[in-house]
Design a protein. Structure first.
Length: 324
């Protein structure tokens, strides 16, 4: 790291295994080990977008923990705040990749990160940090992790923002009322319209804003259709997503969050902030990994300058941009 982190992400990252050969998962014999976790994914995207980031969590004193910390650091992320738990293991999960969806199986019960608690707040190094990024996954890991998230939200912020990605995962058995409570205390909230429907009973941005008046910024993602920004007194702004030849969808939401946060910190206009989110998501949709290789700068610059018709006509493929 050459600069102090501007964004600090807190949450579990795990060893991730994806098929290294085609075929039904039960017949796959070779698996590729990488890593993944909502908050660390966001942290890994940011340096490539010009925003120094840090990731704080706990891992086991095991090969998986050492590997994922090393790999996250290799993305330019400050990992100096990661703690090593000598008694608990690093969590892991298995992803069965597919363009129409990817079943995920978690093996994280009793993991090192699940033992994190509110005492972590006093150990955070916040000099220069402008955004603390959290997700709804962390409070579902354990009672102590819920207490940690509440402690972050209760701590004095000054000019610092707290970003909260709802990240509702039915398999985790998240308490919907708790998700609503935590989101309501953040400054910036990101949610999919489908998960907002489950948590608040509506995925409509205008109606959701009435139910969630506290955060200054609300982003509602509509999957492949696009995303809507509701902020201040301005009318909701919808920006369509790019058309993408999807390889695998998991991780696109974290990529969108990173792109949106980076553009927000750089003072971009509302439309550019949403487009930055879509562009970063597109890069991840074009890969099996949770963190894709950033799109080439000329492609990004061209699409950010594109008018509405040109933006809608573009399609991203593994070979580049095709205009139809």
């Amino acid at each position: 790291m050459t600069s102090p982190p501007e964004v600090l992400c807190i949450g579990e990252s795990m060893a991730l295994f994806v098929p290294a050969e085609p075929g039904p998962p039960e017949q796959v014999r070779s698996w590729l080990r990488t890593f993944g976790g909502a908050e660390s994914n966001v942290a890994c995207h940011l340096p490539a977008l010009g925003v120094p980031s840090a990731w704080v969590s706990a891992v086991g004193d095991d090969p998986f923990g050492r590997a994922l910390v090393r790999e996250i650091a290799s993305a330019g992320v400050d990992v100096s705040g990661v703690e090593i738990d000598l008694a608990r293991p690093t969590g892991l999960y298995v992803k069965e990749s597919g363009a129409q969806g990817s079943p995920v199986r978690y093996y994280r019960t009793g993991s090192a990160a699940s033992a994190l608690g509110p005492d972590l707040v006093s150990r955070l190094h916040l000099g220069g940090v402008r955004v603390l990024h959290l997700s709804g996954i962390t409070p579902a890991l354990s009672a102590s992790c819920l207490a940690l998230v509440r402690a972050v939200l209760e701590a004095p912020r000054g000019e610092r923002l707290v970003s909260f990605d709802v990240n509702h995962r039915p398999a985790l058995g998240q308490d919907l009322s708790v998700l609503a409570e935590l989101a309501g205390r953040a400054d910036l909230v990101l949610t999919g319209d489908d998960e907002a429907e489950r948590v608040w009973g509506t995925g409509d941005p205008a109606r959701l804003r009435k139910l969630l008046p506290g955060p200054r910024t609300l982003v509602v993602k509509h999957g492949e259709r696009g995303a809507t920004l509701v902020e201040g007194e301005a009318a909701p702004l919808f920006e369509p997503a790019l058309r993408v030849d999807v390889i695998e969808p998991v991780g696109a939401g974290d990529a969108f969050a990173a792109g949106f946060l980076a553009a927000t910190l750089r003072g971009a206009d509302p439309s550019t902030r949403l487009r930055r989110g879509h562009l970063q998501a597109a890069a991840t949709l074009l890969t099996h990994d949770d963190v894709g290789v950033p799109l080439p700068a000329p492609v990004v610059d061209t699409l950010l300058r594109a008018d509405a018709e040109e933006w809608s006509a573009a399609r991203l493929t593994g070979e580049g941009v095709v205009v139809r």
